[in-house]
Design a protein around this ligand. Structure first.
Ligand SMILES: Cc1ncc(COP(=O)(O)O)c(C=O)c1O
Length: 420
């Protein structure tokens, strides 16, 4: 390439870079602490995490029970690899459903009290598929058609990104509405208005919100849905097999969830593997096989994982002490933080966030944790309101006392240094 061609190529590349803006975005995002260069983990992730040879204490894992490192779970997984192989190899509509998935889905129907369940490769795909299916319009033949393109969605304002993203094709204020976070009376205000014009209404909310651990007033929200004949969809990604039994906190709210039309779960939290599912009335769920799009047009959970999800669901039901102990230790950690006068999220769920406030300060706090050998997730604008930055603390069942002591002593030191 001669000098002229090279200069042309470089200036074209510069113009192209400016047009798309990715390079500048990454530079400023790294600079301002919106995200960091990705680290490479080299061993199973749990209460600790290894970056090449460096081991750090990990408070960032959503895999709270760390069961994937336990012998019986690993043995089950290995055996299921032999029984089912590593892949479904194609969609369930064309090939049929793998026994491992069906057994797991039937168990989930039993747990949630619903007629039928469909699983997806992730919880995110379950959410996207649900909103696709509930707004779909197809005309396969004069007698085989469906038109739900007039469905109206009402979402809790703090719903997960996947739900807002999935609904983003709907016009806000016409087919898509929001109600104030966890406020059933605000939902009532929206429903009273929307139900005057629309019949097909779906209310979407979460059981446990992952940024601050707040818990929905599930019973009240469902009462409001029932009053206006709206269908309800509870994203229980963060509550599944954690809350529900009578001896645990929030039992009344979680008992009410059986009245929801649909319950969605993720298998990346309490189960600690990967996948998601929706349980609900059999006709709807059957139609979702095709209408969700996120089942038919993408790969499924790998069969050994599906089988191990079933194994862990059974284990957690047969040995409730595993979750009871976890929740007890998690509350004890929260109590220690309370005693040190940190500004904590108000609801005593297993997700505790500590308010840092100023966004810039939060970046320093995050970096200081890294320096001290701890990974603690930080949420700042745009994940939360500007200058309402927080760090989220989630205990791992296998954290040792010294891990927790270190977290608290570093946090105390940083509170003094940065005044939060
Ligand atoms: C409320 C909620 N819904 C859905 C998801 C997505 O679940 P998955 O990780 O299985 O895709 C998450 C995970 O962060 C979540 O917190």
């Amino acid at each position: 390439m001669n000098k002229y061609d090279l200069a042309m190529k470089n200036s074209l590349q510069t113009a192209e870079k400016e047009l798309w803006g990715f390079e500048e975005f990454v530079e400023s995002a790294l600079d301002e602490g919106f995200f960091h260069e990705l680290l490479t983990t080299t061993k199973p992730v749990g209460p600790t995490i290894c970056y090449e040879d460096k081991e750090m204490i990990n408070f960032a894992s959503i895999n709270i029970l760390d069961l994937h490192q336990e012998k019986d779970v690993l043995n089950h997984f290995h055996a299921a690899c032999g029984t089912y192989g590593l892949t479904t190899g194609g969609s369930r509509v064309t090939q049929g459903v793998c026994e491992a998935h069906l057994t797991m889905e039937n168990e989930l129907s039993h747990i949630t009290g619903k007629e039928r369940t469909i699983s997806f490769a992730s919880g995110l795909l379950a959410n996207v598929g649900f909103i696709n299916a509930m707004t779909s319009k197809f005309n396969f033949s004069p007698t085989c058609n469906i038109n739900n393109s007039d469905t109206v969605f009402i979402l809790d304002r703090d719903c997960h990104w996947s739900l807002w993203k999935a609904a983003s094709h709907l016009e806000f204020g016409k087919q898509l509405f929001a109600f104030r976070h966890n406020k059933a009376e605000d939902l009532e205000r929206v429903l009273a208005k929307v139900s005057q014009k629309h019949e097909k209404i779906v209310v979407v909310f979460e059981s446990v919100y992952s940024a601050d651990g707040s818990i929905a007033p599930i019973g009240q929200i469902l009462d409001t849905c029932e009053k206006y004949n709206a269908l309800s969809y509870v994203d229980d990604a963060n509550g599944f097999l954690i809350y529900g039994p009578e001896n645990r906190l929030f039992a009344e709210e979680f008992a009410a969830m059986r009245r929801a039309t649909f319950v969605m779960v993720s298998f990346s939290k309490s189960i600690g593997l990967e996948g998601g599912a929706i349980a609900g009335p059999k006709e709807y769920i059957h139609a979702f096989e095709v209408l969700s799009g996120t089942s038919l047009f993408t790969a499924a959970i790998q069969p050994p994982t599906a089988s191990t999800i079933h194994y862990i669901m059974k284990k957690l039901q047969n040995q409730p002490e595993i979750m009871d102990d976890y929740l007890k230790r998690s509350l004890a950690l929260r109590q220690r933080l309370e005693e040190k006068n940190f500004m904590l999220s108000p609801v005593p769920s297993y997700i505790t966030s500590v308010l840092i406030g100023n966004d810039e300060k939060a970046v320093h706090v995050y970096d200081a944790f890294l320096q001290a050998g701890l990974i603690v997730p930080m949420f700042r604008y745009p994940a939360v309101k500007p200058d309402h930055a927080l760090i989220r603390i989630m205990l791992n069942a296998h954290h040792k006392a010294e891990h927790i002591d270190k977290l608290i002593s570093v946090l105390e030191h940083l509170k003094f240094k940065y005044q939060f």
